[in-house]
Design a protein around this ligand. Structure first.
Ligand SMILES: Cc1cc2nc3c(=O)[nH]c(=O)nc-3n(C[C@H](O)[C@H](O)[C@H](O)COP(=O)(O)OP(=O)(O)OC[C@H]3O[C@@H](n4cnc5c(N)ncnc54)[C@H](O)[C@@H]3O)c2cc1C
Length: 461
């Protein structure tokens, strides 16, 4: 618990209406999308960058922990105040689009802006911001940048880091830094924006982001391929990507996932199929889209695809996407406890990766349904067990460790999207050497020598 005099200081600084320290509100800000929960001593809504700087300087001098928070939709506990202190929330004041620069195709935004609000605003003027996490309706640009969020369009358009041109941020000592520029090229000095992206609020508080925009493609088409085995589908993924066609999305569901969606939603999915691939292509000409789909169909069929369906209209496209979008909730048919990971490997080793996961499931006699963004080599791996059975839960954690090891052995990473936070901190030493962890810790010390900014996250403590 921090001293009342500190709360009074913050009250004086930002005004009563911009600080919560009552129990009800502290509980409301104690969650994210994990099941963990930690209460802060106060939640503060800075009005501008100067407030952020003053708050941080004071916290640094008085050794008060600070946790920046977007929408709290993170899956790894990044926004949870695990050691109490102050939560800095941006949804009230620092949530605006400051500028859309049409000539340079750039948007300048505040960290609390909701991803979808940005997408709508730029699309209204014919531009496009591709990163579209499934949480796009509520997650914020500050959270997206600090987790380096990806989405369904990453196979073609990349992820948040590919659109960040510059970041304004405040270091724990109150210093305001400007990292990056509104230029396509910038090779002067260290790439500090690159270090801040995916830093999970452990190095500095993001106060403004300059994002690259692109022209909006005029049309999109959707198709689905049905495969007898996961192996055939995985072979098709990397062969399609290497064929000269770059689909917007290349999403995958395995047999267990198809069965779960069908059992839950009764959509007439092919429950005998080994796997489904859902793909989108986009562009400006109908002929171009048809050409892309014909090429994809060719690669799919050469690799065992038994049925290839192209959506005739938006309704059919949305029916095809339904299974993929509802895969995660449907998996509860396999157990009340889900350990959901988002490991990522180079695309060409996806067939081996999936094979390893299914042999881990066989070894422990549990279900590990998998689905995800296979166009990016990113697989949502779901270890499902009965949460009321302690033995099963122990087994699930053992299985997860083996899932991580298999991923690392194949040159992959612990997380392609959700970050490390608290949830994956114990596994960092599997993925990084002592020397690499020491370098991370040195970088953390250079920004935050007193370890007041989001402590306990990313295995840095
Ligand atoms: C249903 C659902 C679907 C999801 N789908 C996807 C998906 O498709 N792709 C994907 O990548 N993720 C996905 N996520 C995870 C999550 O939405 C993303 O990680 C998102 O980027 C988090 O944004 P947020 O605003 O909720 O941030 P929070 O969860 O509040 O915070 C995330 C991290 O960013 C830090 N942070 C937030 N704001 C700032 C700031 N201004 N300065 C410094 N640090 C800051 C926090 O301290 C924390 O470490 C999903 C989550 C849910 C619940």
């Amino acid at each position: 618990m921090i001293d009342k005099k500190h709360i009074q200081y913050f009250n004086n600084l930002v005004g009563d209406e911009n600080i919560y320290s009552d129990k009800a509100h502290l509980i409301a800000y104690s969650y994210d999308a994990t099941r963990e929960r930690f209460e802060a001593d106060a939640v503060i809504f800075p009005r501008d960058e100067e407030d952020v700087s003053n708050i941080m300087k004071y916290c640094n001098q008085n050794l008060i922990n600070i946790v920046p928070r977007g929408a709290g939709s993170g899956f790894t506990g990044g926004a949870l105040p695990s050691r109490g202190g102050i939560v800095l929330a941006f949804e009230k004041h620092m949530n605006k689009i400051l500028e859309i620069d049409m000539k340079n195709m750039v948007a300048v935004v505040q960290p609390g802006l909701i991803n979808m609000d940005l997408q709508r605003a730029v699309e209204a003027v014919g531009l496009f911001y591709p990163p579209d996490p499934a949480s796009q309706e509520y997650s914020t640009i500050g959270g997206n940048v600090n987790e380096n969020a990806g989405g369904m369009r990453a196979a073609k358009y990349g992820i948040t880091k590919d659109y960040v041109m510059a970041i304004r941020a405040v270091r724990p000592n109150g210093d305001i830094i400007k990292a990056g520029k509104r230029t396509i090229k910038d090779v002067a000095g260290y790439n500090i924006a690159g270090i801040l992206i995916a830093s999970e609020g452990t190095l500095a508080v993001t106060t403004e982001v300059t994002l690259r925009l692109i022209p909006k493609p005029k049309m999109t088409k959707t198709a689905m391929g049905i495969f007898p085995s996961v192996n055939d589908a995985m072979e098709s993924v990397y062969k399609t990507m290497a064929s000269g066609i770059t689909p917007v999305a290349m999403e995958f569901l395995d047999n267990l996932t198809i069965r779960a969606v069908e059992e839950t939603f009764h959509k007439g999915l092919p429950i005998e199929a080994g796997a489904l691939l859902v793909t989108d292509v986009d562009g400006n000409l109908e002929d171009d889209l048809n050409f892309q789909l014909a090429q994809i169909e060719k690669v799919f069929r050469e690799n065992g695809c038994s049925d290839f369906k192209i959506a005739k209209d938006e309704k059919e496209a949305s029916d095809i996407w339904f299974a993929r979008r509802n895969a995660s909730p449907a998996l509860s048919v396999y157990g009340s406890k889900k350990l959901n990971e988002d490991v990522t490997v180079p695309r060409a080793v996806l067939p081996e990766l999936l094979e390893k996961f299914y042999s881990i499931a066989d070894k422990y006699n549990i279900n590990i349904p998998c689905f995800g963004h296979t166009g990016d080599g990113n697989v949502h791996t779901n270890v499902m067990v009965d949460g009321s059975d302690e033995e099963q839960v122990k087994i699930a954690y053992k299985a997860i460790e083996e899932v991580f090891q298999a991923t690392i052995d194949l040159g992959g990473t612990l997380s392609g999207e959700h970050g490390i936070g608290l949830a994956k901190a114990p596994y960092m030493s599997m993925a990084f050497s002592d020397e690499e962890m020491n370098l991370f810790k040195d970088i953390k010390k250079a920004f935050d020598p007193n370890n007041i900014l989001n402590p306990t996250k990313m295995g840095l403590d």
